[in-house]
Design a protein around this ligand. Structure first.
Ligand code: GDP
Length: 480
């Protein structure tokens, strides 16, 4: 699937990077994760913490007193939207804080970091500069990489098998009914294509809802279209193998053309122009949401993680992957929203994430790529406490549930602080994958933290969990 054009495109990109790199070293950090995993919050917190020298004891350069400061700079690539840092921070730190709008498409931002180098020979002995380019993109788009190795018939077979799984029965029924009512070999009309694509898209989206929380369903742009909403490249659906000769004018031929167009104009350029140029990657994972939805969702998350990890694997059979995967040398998998648990469960959450990654990491050959898992909260919305129940002292979290959240018979209004025993994660990570694994979490969405502490300069200090460790792993070594 590699074309000469891809080779040239990537080579030119690397050359351009090398040219700017001779002036100021640049590290390109990809931030991804499935929808609502926490990308927007992660990036907002990262930028704010670096701009204001946040409270980050485990971030080496800051703890060692060598971090001088950071500023925002113009992004070199004018064709990519800028990450709306200022709006997002304003939402979080305003008079009545709200969570900002989530990632819907790719965006970027450049920070210039200044630090005291530990290396004797670093330029003018002392101050060094590093450009940190942050690239935010939906994890759903990564799930499209395998499509590059599948033709329409192969992809259709896979997609239909998934739709017919018992776990998808309710969500997929309208689509499968629509499919049963058409003959793929009749002449194509736009109305028929749109009807089928619409039913297919509704099924994919319904599978992502909280109750199901299924993760691994390409095509990614059907879930998050970015700027492509409604375009013909997104108006297709899987069809069963044709029962006769496929005429050029048939619905089957039309959808096959559109599937191929999707690969050529959507999937391939994304991997070539953006993914291939990353140096480091953080993959955010809402493991708690899957744990809360049950073993099917956890198993599905494992599949999605395996597929995502596959994108970073060296020496893949698919030559396109080999081409794009050679720059990244560190990948962090971060289980987000750890503030929904008491700290006694944070290590367990990391163990579960490790377990979900283990099988694929073992199978993969990761020459020169360091992989780590962490449980984090980029912005901590709860505090910890204890509560008495039935003569027992239980560790609890204290926070304000979002308006409309429910627990038991209570519906919260967004203004009431509560103490909640969130439940424990199992000590043995394997049991999270068992049907009777016994993971019962009280999982509520919380309002962002209300009254934030201010530092000496008056900037808000964002509370977090292990966010400094994440930062240290991602960029600490480049600030030596
Ligand atoms: P994105 O789709 O990956 O960009 O997801 P967001 O960053 O917008 O996060 C989605 C939602 O998850 C937010 O609106 C918050 O409600 C919640 N969230 C994200 N990060 C955190 C966190 O660190 N702590 C808590 N409590 N909630 C978070």
């Amino acid at each position: 699937p590699t074309t000469f054009g891809d080779e040239i495109g990537i080579a030119l990109g690397n050359l351009a990077d090398a040219a700017t790199g001779t002036l100021t070293p640049t590290i390109r950090l990809g931030v991804t994760g499935l929808s609502r995993a926490g990308k927007t919050i992660f990036i907002t917190a990262l930028v704010h913490n670096l701009l204001t020298g946040g409270r980050l004891p485990a971030f080496g350069p800051l703890a060692e007193g060598r971090f001088i400061g950071a500023r925002l700079a113009e992004y070199p690539d004018a064709a990519i939207p800028r990450f709306a840092y200022e709006q997002h921070l304003a939402a979080l730190t305003g008079r009545s804080p709200v969570w900002p709008e989530s990632t819907r498409r790719i965006s970027q931002l450049r920070l210039v970091l200044r630090f005291q180098s530990t290396k004797l020979l670093s330029g003018l002995r002392g101050t060094s500069t590093l450009n940190l380019d942050i690239v935010d993109y939906p994890g759903e788009w990564l799930l499209d990489l395998p499509l590059l190795g599948l033709d329409y018939a192969q992809w259709s077979a896979q997609a239909l098998e998934r739709a017919r799984r018992p776990v998808s029965r309710d969500e997929a029924a309208p689509f499968l009914n629509a499919l049963a009512a058409i003959d793929p070999l009749t002449d194509a009309t736009d109305v028929a294509a749109e009807g089928l694509a619409g039913a297919f898209t509704s099924y994919l989206r319904a599978s992502r809802e909280d109750g199901r929380a299924l993760s691994s369903l390409p095509p990614g742009r059907f879930l998050l279209p970015g700027d492509l909403e409604g375009s013909p490249a997104l108006t297709f659906a899987p069809l069963p193998p044709p029962a006769g000769r496929v005429r050029h004018t048939s619905l089957y031929a039309m959808l096959e053309r559109r599937y191929n167009a999707y690969k050529d104009v959507v999937v391939r350029p994304f991997f070539r122009d953006h993914f291939a140029r990353l140096d480091r990657q953080v993959v955010l994972v809402d493991a708690l949401r899957a744990l809360n939805a049950g073993p099917d969702a956890v198993a599905d998350l494992e599949t999605a993680l395996t597929e995502i990890l596959g994108c970073f694997r060296q020496g893949q059979t698919n030559p396109f992957m080999r081409l794009v995967a050679r720059r990244i040398d560190r990948i962090l998998f971060a289980a987000t929203k750890a503030d929904h648990l008491h700290h006694t469960s944070h290590d367990r959450l990391e163990a579960i994430l490790n377990r979900l990654l283990a099988s694929s990491a073992r199978r993969a050959r990761f020459a020169g790529v360091e992989i780590r898992s962490l449980a984090i909260a980029a912005i901590r919305a709860t505090r910890e406490g204890t509560m008495q129940e039935g003569g027992e002292t239980l560790p609890c979290i204290i926070g304000t549930p979002m308006p409309g959240e429910r627990l038991g018979g209570t519906r919260y209004d967004g203004a009431t602080e509560i103490a909640l025993f969130p439940g424990d994660l199992p000590e043995d990570p394997d049991s999270a994958l068992q049907p009777d694994g016994g993971v019962h979490l009280n999982f509520l969405k919380f309002m962002p933290p209300g009254s934030l502490e201010r530092n000496a300069e008056g900037a808000a200090v964002l509370p977090h969990i292990r966010f400094d460790r994440a930062l240290n792993f991602l960029i600490g070594d480049r600030l030596q």
